[in-house]
Ligand binder design. Structure first.
Ligand SMILES: [Zn+2]
Ligand SMILES: [Zn+2]
Length: 267
């Protein structure tokens, strides 16, 4: 497979390391033979709704300044990781269209009171929220401007056993429906190696996160690869290069990623 990483954060994201710069990402990508790299810094569209302070300075405009060095082998695309909170997609259509691609998460549920409603205070309510927020995002009127869903069904910040309990409240049929919805809308689902490696190798095929991927694929979903790296790690520390160690037990194979790659290369 042409190895790609559509989920990298530079120092324009507040949560990334300060020396996470585009040049180092690209230098590593060239040395390590990556086919394509995408930068998806966090963003919220200025003047829209009432975002939390994390997004106050993280607007989309600042991301339009990013540039890749001329002499490089890797294909580079510039995108953003937006936000979906309280039913509001934090980006206008005209803003999203200025980028090569946009990924939107529905599962930044560590942002309690913003993404996850305060009343969703049990694993069951959290699980039901994840299902409902996914369906609601996929039915958003502007979903045609969205390339993919960032780390779907990964309750951010939760440990393996907590995440398992949360996902246990979503059925196989519901996961399959999510996959069908994604396929129908032409939206790709991320296989995010940071999220996948929260799950231990042993018994990986039996976890609920695997249940999501297997059933979403059954529903017709297609996928893209992302590391969610917040620093340009070298190959030996970069879990992206080990994607198969979790993707295969989760039921995915190389051909599940070809459509997304084709779409982004076509532009
Ligand atoms: Zn995220
Ligand atoms: Zn991210």
């Amino acid at each position: 497979m042409k190895l790609h990483d559509l989920h990298c954060h530079t120092n324009l994201s507040l949560c990334a390391k300060r020396d996470a710069d585009i040049e180092t990402y690209i230098k590593n990508a060239d040395e390590e033979g990556l086919f394509l790299i995408g930068f998806s810094d966090h963003a919220w569209d200025r003047g829209l709704g009432n975002p939390i302070s994390f997004y106050a300075s993280q607007n989309y405009e600042r991301l339009l300044e990013r540039k890749a060095p001329e002499n490089r082998k890797v294909k580079v695309v510039f995108g953003a990781e937006g936000e979906f909170a309280g039913g509001l997609l934090g980006a206008r259509r005209e803003t999203m269209k200025k980028f090569d691609y946009i990924i939107i998460p529905h599962s930044h549920t560590h942002m309690s009171g913003f993404v996850l409603p305060e009343c969703c205070d049990t694993p069951e309510k959290h699980g039901r929220f994840l299902y409902e927020s996914f369906v609601s995002l996929l039915n958003h009127r502007d979903i045609d401007c969205v390339f993919g869903i960032a780390h779907p069904f990964c309750p951010c910040g939760k440990k393996y056993d907590e995440a398992e309990e949360i996902l246990s409240y979503i059925t196989d049929k519901e996961f399959e429906y999510c996959g069908r919805l994604a396929a129908d809308k032409g939206v790709f689902l991320e296989f995010n190696t940071s999220a996948a490696f929260v799950y231990p190798e042993e018994g990986a095929e039996d976890c609920s996160y695997a249940r999501f991927f297997r059933n979403a694929k059954k529903g017709g979903a297609k996928f893209f690869l992302g590391s969610d790296n917040h620093y340009p790690y070298k190959q030996e520390e970069n879990k992206l290069f080990r994607w198969k160690e979790r993707a295969v037990p989760f039921g995915l194979c190389e051909t599940d990623f070809t459509d997304a790659l084709y779409r982004i290369c076509r532009g």
